[in-house]
Design a protein around this ligand. Sequence first.
Ligand code: PMV
Length: 331
Amino acid sequence: MTRRQEIVRQLTAHTTGSPKPEAQAFAPANVALCKYWGKRDADLNLPVSSSLSISLGSLGTTTGLRLRQGADHIMADRLELSPDDRFCRRLSAFLDLFRPDADTGFVVETRNSVPTAAGLASSASGYAALVLALNDLFQWQLGREQLSILARLGSGSAARSVYNGFVVWHCGASDSGMDSVAERITGEWPELRVGVVIVAGSEKPIGSREAMARTVASSPFFDRWKAVAEADMHQLREAIGNHDLELLGTTAESNAMAMHALMLASRPPVLYWTGATIDVLQRAWALREDGVPVYCTIDAGPNVKLLFLDEAEARVREAFEEATIVQPFGE
Ligand code: PMV
């Protein structure tokens, strides 16, 4: 039995009864304010440091699930995907962990509430929605922390997408990863807004899995990252507690820059930005110079996410007509 299978067995062994005919679940996308970058265990997606994110309310993935005889059947945004598709192969390999027997397949229908090209329909909401749907289909009745462990096996950042609001994913210390769980932290902040600025719809030059491994192996600054992340986690919690946008924004922005700096110094370098990414950053910084409190964060791609409050929304909309603006705490 592999370590991944052993974890699934441990978490689901209590289940009696037969699966439901079908199940469906939704999970939100999330934007990390303190990034997960670097694994201490690539097989179990165990991070070297804790991370903190904000979930994006109604933006995310809805996944429907049922069992069938034979191979998996996967539809994404109403399009049937070929089993040879990279996305399908990764999904089916993950579903192998949960297959009742080798002859049983899953019918998976996933729908993203934003176009995939918007860069929000990441693997995070996808694997989280899938695990929530599996929990319903097999009637495991697992708690969210346990579900975050299963979602993590699909994609690290998915651990955080099993919750709404502000979420901390604790890096944990055990080899089994049973303490590497995500938890929602208290703190509603109805005035907070996230603007997503799309600058490119093309495929990433390199996936986050490979980019992380390269950073850990070759970035000369990687040994500093754990301390940076720890300090940023502290500041973000304080900012959330006090509704301090300046502290939240400056910390999230600097954390994102530090992550990208690690990548740039890797060999060979990893650069997710395009010229348009820099243009958005400079426009946001000019707006800030002009007295509008708006801050930036960037994940493993060229798109920029803006952090600001409702009172700045009109100015941000005017400056970034192309932005999708999200209210993480209710619409
Ligand atoms: O979950 P993955 O393997 O796609 O990694 C995501 C990493 C970042 O989005 C760049 C940061 C994060 O914490 O979400």
